[in-house]
Design a protein around this ligand. Structure first.
Ligand code: OGA
Ligand code: ZN
Ligand code: ZN
Length: 369
């Protein structure tokens, strides 16, 4: 049996759009050289035959009608991309479909973590750590050097620092005139950071330099899991939170940032993709009264759910710990602490696309999962 009969022809425009020839793609970078509108109407496979690539791999040659263009597709490529074997709606790695949702007990004894020395020198360890961020939403790096601005070097191991009005990094410690409750000893309930930015920073890092205060313990909540629970328990509330734009605001003497996004954002197929939640920076909502009523009912349900103790992973950052987490999915919290005790974190923001790229390249280079 020949491959021509075992692999059906995929849709003509898709196949032609993927022609690898040097007229269609710049061989130096693989970028496409034509517009989709350049392809002739009525495009169809004129003839197909078994062939070989210049490297001798089995291939299929197609001569297209009506323009006579010739394409040569390696059979291995056709097989790997066969449309008939695709899941109906593959995820992009960012939605609940591609995550392992967790409650606190699910992570007991299997915290995603890595030691800095191994993370810095061993690709397999780095792959495991970055995969933890993709799959579970975070990784805890241990024994990171206790150096000022080290958090920036941590971010640069997988991506790019996102500078903001707080600077390249922010200091989380008690300040005399705080522009944010984070810079006091107050308890901070589960939240995502900077929902008033659009685009929101998709990754956050917190590097612990000192934690001698009594209190100041950390918590993480899987916001995707919480949103999925809300959908199961109160589907109407879930709907409301995906559809109601919420204004988030941050303002100080030099800055005024505003963004309007729903608390739960879904993709085109309704899958949970982003959670934003921050009571400190939620602004005044402007909607008709009945929308406000429905929103506040749903908002309270979701907020109560986020405070369920079984959802929150509790731990204490010790000096040298650096938490790297998905700020579009996980909520973070801390207990109150005595302002007399020394507690100092340095934080910064970065983005998931850079982390995903680093992970993909490491995997391409042959590291194990
Ligand atoms: C923050 C924050 C947590 C902490 O600065 O955004 O949430 O542990 N800090 O102090
Ligand atoms: Zn071509
Ligand atoms: Zn925060």
């Amino acid at each position: 049996m020949t491959a021509t009969t075992t692999i059906p022809h995929p849709p003509a425009f898709w196949l032609r759009d993927n022609c690898p020839c040097t007229d269609c793609r710049d061989p130096r970078n693989g970028q496409k050289l034509f517009q989709i509108t350049d392809l002739p109407a009525g495009l169809a496979i004129g003839s197909a035959r078994e062939a070989r690539t210049p490297l001798g791999e089995p291939a299929r040659e197609i001569v297209w009608a009506p323009d006579g263009h010739r394409s040569l597709y390696p059979l291995a490529w056709l097989d790997a991309h066969a449309p008939e074997r695709e899941a109906p709606h593959p995820g992009d790695g960012r939605t609940e479909a591609d995550k392992e949702l967790w409650a606190a007990a699910d992570l007991r004894g299997r915290l995603p973590q890595a030691h800095w020395a191994a993370y810095s020198t061993d690709d397999a360890v780095r792959i495991h750590a970055l995969d933890g961020v993709r799959r579970l939403g975070f990784v805890l790096l241990r024994d990171v050097p206790l150096r000022d601005r080290q958090v920036l070097d941590v971010a640069r191991t997988f991506g790019f620092v996102r500078e903001t009005n707080y600077g390249e990094l922010f200091e989380v410690r008690v300040e005399a005139d705080p522009n944010n409750l984070a810079f006091t000893g107050a308890r901070i309930t589960p939240h995502t950071d900077n929902p008033y930015r659009d685009p929101v920073p998709t990754l956050q890092l917190l590097h612990c330099l000192a934690n001698e205060a009594s209190g100041g313990d950390s918590g993480l909540v899987d916001g995707f899991h919480a949103a999925a629970l809300l959908r199961a328990e109160d589907p109407a509330a879930f709907e409301v939170l995906t559809r109601t734009p919420v204004e988030f605001v941050f303002a100080d003497a030099r800055t005024e940032l505003r963004a309007q996004r729903p608390l739960i954002e879904t993709d085109a197929l309704g899958r949970i993709r982003e959670v934003r939640f921050n009571n400190r920076s939620t602004g005044t909502l402007h909607h008709p009264a009945e929308v406000l009523d429905a929103f506040y009912r749903a908002y309270r349900s979701f907020a109560a759910l986020l405070l369920r103790p079984e959802l929150q992973l509790d731990f204490r950052l010790t000096p040298g710990d650096c938490l790297v987490f998905d700020n579009t999915r996980l909520l973070h919290a801390r207990t109150a602490f005595a302002e007399s005790g020394a507690r100092h974190l340095q934080g910064t923001y970065a983005d998931l696309d850079g982390l995903a790229s680093t992970l993909a390249v490491l995997r391409r280079e042959g590291g194990a999962r």
